[in-house]
Design a binder for this molecule. Sequence first.
Ligand code: SF4
Length: 467
Amino acid sequence: MENKKVYIETLGCQMNKSDAERMYGMLEHIGYTQTQEPKEADLLIINTCSIRQLSEDKAYSQIGVWGKWRGKSRGKSRGKSENISCDKSNYKNLGEADRKNLYPKIVVSGCVAQQAGEKIFKRAPYVDLVLGTQRLYELPSLVKRIENGERIVSVDEKPFKESEIQINRVKSVNAWVPIMEGCNNFCTYCIVPYTRGRERSRKPELIIAEIKKALSEGFKEITLLGQNVDSYGKDLDNGQNLAWLLKQINAIEGKFRIRFVTNYPTDITDEVIDTVIELDKVCEYFHIPMQSGDDYILKKMNRRYDYATYKRICDHIRSRIKDVTITSDFIAGFPGETEEQFQNTLNAMTELELDYSNTAAYSPREKTVAAKWTDLYIPEDVKTERLARLNEHNRECCLKSNQKYIGQEMEVLVENFEIRKNGNKVITGRTRNNKIVHIPYEKDITGEFINVKITNAKTWYLNGELI
Ligand code: SF4
């Protein structure tokens, strides 16, 4: 079979990265190999994110660049279209016979594909396939059809057909494993329930098989993924839940770590907290998005908690789990947010001593409830200024959090080895509670667990030495 090459550009969250690994795996079975050089690829896939306008714009801009590469050839480096101008009207009028010979083929997958569907063809007529988030398993058959000149949109919501999906993981230490997908919460700013659909849990036997395979390939850390991992099992109707699943995974032989993201604050159960305490492989780390520290804004966001409740949950977890790390997400400039309400967010971040937070300025997303509140939109310059202050608070919290560990001995799983410009050799890894540590070391021991004494703390990482 002639060797064809595929390049996937992945934007956004870990769920997208995990989908990319699945796409590579499926395409390998129909003769494609991975390339890191997009200009060499016969098939270009952009795996999109629509959480913010910026990510969506980035996707369209990338598709535009790729469109200009189209020409009547395949399998060699391209820089410009050979026969077909990038003019949109030219593409619109092409028949299947003409399209069949045009390479590279271009696929748009991920959340923008799910949300925009056929509209993508209007904006980017050189796209061959629009693949929705729940139609991933169809990729091989659809690629064969676009190779024959068809243009296809496949974005229907249909149950996940697990068994048809193969995985081709990028060699690393950490394997991302989805355990559920979708969300039922409908926070007023969030596009996820529209792009990823309602909550669906994967069958435990498929999750366990995927984890065993990753471990046999040398992966040492398993991160369970889901928009709301606490909902795992609710739709399986057999009493299985996240705590139960963690116990099954913990029972797999060998030394490895288990993490899980993302938690919804009020859905975290004591049973899950108990597993973190009792199970040796489950790490002391929770990612619990708070989004705002103001009760009125939380209500407008349709979050099901107030500040006091969130604080109680953090205090409870911290009182039970030694050295636990709690990270969060925040939005600056939600529609109608006053300076005083924003100040409550800054105060919350500081008072809760959050270890790290992802931050973003509010970005209206089509279909969501908050996007309709145009009269309440915060001016761009105000959002930018608030985001800068939020980031400054975040930096202070991170440094404070890291300083707690100076002098402490911690287990580190090595993820990387580098020789720096000054000739220094350094290994980098993570502690169980997800802190990044740099350690001077002579050789590459990626994948090993080592014990380290923390010598000093920076904003984003710790320095340590081997014990
Ligand atoms: S919980 Fe809210 S923010 Fe998170 S994915 Fe669901 S709707 Fe979006």
